[in-house]
Design a protein around this ligand. Structure first.
Ligand code: DX5
Ligand code: ZN
Length: 218
């Protein structure tokens, strides 16, 4: 597979008391994307951080800030995340539903790249008509809310289906996968057509984050 694979360490698994230093470690280790999991305690049963964290981390890196919004009514906050310095803003289909196309257009209108994410039990058909509006489709390989969960291999079929749709239509859109990525599941995801691999525990659970990242690239 000759696709250029990018690694997105999830800061959810970092030590929040030294977030800037943790970010610098993975930046220096060559991670192309920095994955920021924003959780509101409503869309998912966990709470993390928000706009201020994005703004402050923006000061310490030039890497791509990849903001995964696990929040209800994301349209209320898109503009502020964009102003804070997000490069990608990714919203859940399940949080937007019939308003989805409008939210995606709103993200683009803020001058940032637009991502669309689906949970493990959401079929590709639900988002098929909107893939042309996206710069990235994120396939969840765990139910969102927590790091360290087991990879759900059934989602690989959805990655393959999305890859086919993108390639057949010539869309300028990448595929990211998030949840339970380790060296074995990374290979499955790459073979299924993914471009960006999010990894939390597999990166920060290792003293040597550089070798953890290199291993994931395959
Ligand atoms: C889960 C988050 C993930 C999570 C991944 O809701 O979206 O980004 O941090 O963690 P690991 O790689 O440990 O499954
Ligand atoms: Zn995530």
């Amino acid at each position: 597979m000759t696709r250029n694979i990018k690694i997105a360490p999830s800061m959810l698994s970092a030590d929040f008391s030294i977030m800037g230093e943790e970010l610098k470690r993975v930046d220096e280790a060559g991670a192309e994307f920095i994955h920021l999991d924003v959780m509101d305690g409503v869309f998912v049963p966990n709470i993390t951080f928000g706009i201020k964290m994005v703004k402050d981390l923006r000061k310490v890196t030039n890497r791509v800030l990849d903001c995964h919004l696990m929040i209800v009514n994301p349209e209320k906050y898109v503009e502020e995340f964009a102003k804070a310095g997000a490069d990608y803003i990714t919203v859940h289909y399940e949080a937007c539903k019939e308003n989805l196309a409008n939210v995606l257009k709103q993200v683009k209108s803020c001058g940032v790249k637009c991502g669309l994410v689906i949970n493990p039990d959401t079929p590709v058909e639900k988002i098929e008509d909107c893939i042309n509006l996206c710069d990235m489709v994120l396939v969840m390989s765990v139910f969102p809310g927590f790091g360290g969960q087991k990879f759900i291999a059934d989602v690989l079929d959805k990655c393959r289906a999305i890859r086919r749709i993108i390639d057949e239509n010539g869309y300028d859109c990448i595929i990211e996968i998030d949840g339970g990525i380790n060296k074995d599941t990374a290979k499955l995801a790459i073979d299924a057509g993914c471009d960006v691999l999010v990894a939390g525990s597999a990166v920060f659970g290792n003293e040597d984050v550089k070798s953890a990242i290199d291993v994931l690239r395959g």
